[in-house]
Design a protein around this ligand. Sequence first.
Ligand SMILES: Nc1ncnc2c1ncn2[C@@H]1O[C@H](COP(=O)(O)OP(=O)(O)OP(=O)(O)O)[C@@H](O)[C@H]1O
Ligand SMILES: [Mg+2]
Length: 449
Amino acid sequence: MLPHKKIRILVVDDEPSIRESLSGWLRQDGFEVDTAADGVAALAMTKENHYDIMLIDVKMPEMDGLTLLKKLKETEPEAAVVMMTAHGAIQDAVDAMRLGAYDYLLKPFDLEELSLTVDKLVRLQTLAMENLILKDRMATMTRFENLIGQSPPMLALFEAIVDVAQTDATVLITGETGTGKELVARAIHAQSPRCYGPFIAINCGAFTEHLLESELFGHEKGAFTDAKFAKKGRLEMADAGTLFLDEIGDISMKMQIDLLRVLETHEFSRVGGTVTLHSDFRVIAATNRDLKEAIAQKTFRQDLYYRLNVVHLHVPPLRERVEDIPLLAHHFLRRFATETNKKIDSIHPDALEALKRYGWPGNVRELENAIERAVVVQKGRQIKVDDLPFITQPGQEPAAAKLTLEEMERQHIARILAAQGGNISTTAKILGINRTTLYHKIKKYGLSP
Ligand SMILES: Nc1ncnc2c1ncn2[C@@H]1O[C@H](COP(=O)(O)OP(=O)(O)OP(=O)(O)O)[C@@H](O)[C@H]1O
Ligand SMILES: [Mg+2]
């Protein structure tokens, strides 16, 4: 059962009124529900469809509930079975639990209680499934340098990475802080024919103009007071490999001119040197700034922008790909649990919900830190809500107070859309608007369905 797939439930009871009331109630809760009047019919239906959850009456003609349960354990071991049994027939319930039923409900039961039971099962199954998906992903992950994601925008990004890796085109990666821009750059390098060459990164925002120049171009001995030895620059080091220019939006106007020239010719000389050097590097640049805005404000050169922006990859913020959160959380959990030698192997459904609800202004990096902290404080085997105090504190929603109504609407639509795997119908239903209105809003806000 995929987390965003519709949950299918089969109700098996010989009493028509019970079938009707249960199925009607569960449909209102948003489930897809089928019914069967006895065990034989139920078995036949499981041949046609896969059911995530089955509610089965114990006393039925033809084939009773316990016999059906035994058979289902062989043919449908993934399905969660809840037995329905009459008050006073508690022994049946006990037998059912022994045979592997998840739970039982005593008749006559209250529908609210039914909802609670089903809700619990859905959470458990989602959790189990998320673990399965995670294992499945582990195999393909290394190709993408541990870049994890299963949301539609991330899958599209993976495809783009594969495509662009086959070329030598300059790539500009944009995205908010902590979204994984550097990982994307490394993944491109790892999949490219240059993977045997070096990946040389430089954080352009971390140096003064003077230092950045000598870091990039290198310097000769005596070029300036501190230059006691000659030093190779990153451009030289990146020969036959990839040069990653991080925080490219932060460099001075003068450096922009120098960089533009070297990107065009691949020729340069060290600071204080006279020899012309040549280096065969592929350039990937990244920024969390809006470069178009910087061009408008005349702090970034348009010609350099065009030179860098041959291929543009955008890494979406985490709040726009909520379905990646459990996957990432489990990935970090595994890593930190192994690192700290702890036996923590799961995340409580409530904690997972809290992680999904939070807005993550610091994106994946913030999630990584939150899980690391939770692993440190947790003494047992499971991460609990209490281990995530920061994200569950009221009022800590992502600076919601500073958002405009439009931005809130945009974020809300993006979140629901992502959680529904891009499904327009279900998203529209959840938002309480019709499909046409939803289409208009998706277009208006530039979201990807
Ligand atoms: N999709 C992902 N899968 C696994 N880990 C990720 C993913 N995205 C980001 N991370 C992790 O989150 C952290 C931040 O990622 P990275 O440094 O690539 O972000 P960035 O976009 O370059 O951020 P900044 O703009 O602040 O430099 C890193 O520790 C990285 O390993
Ligand atoms: Mg970075």
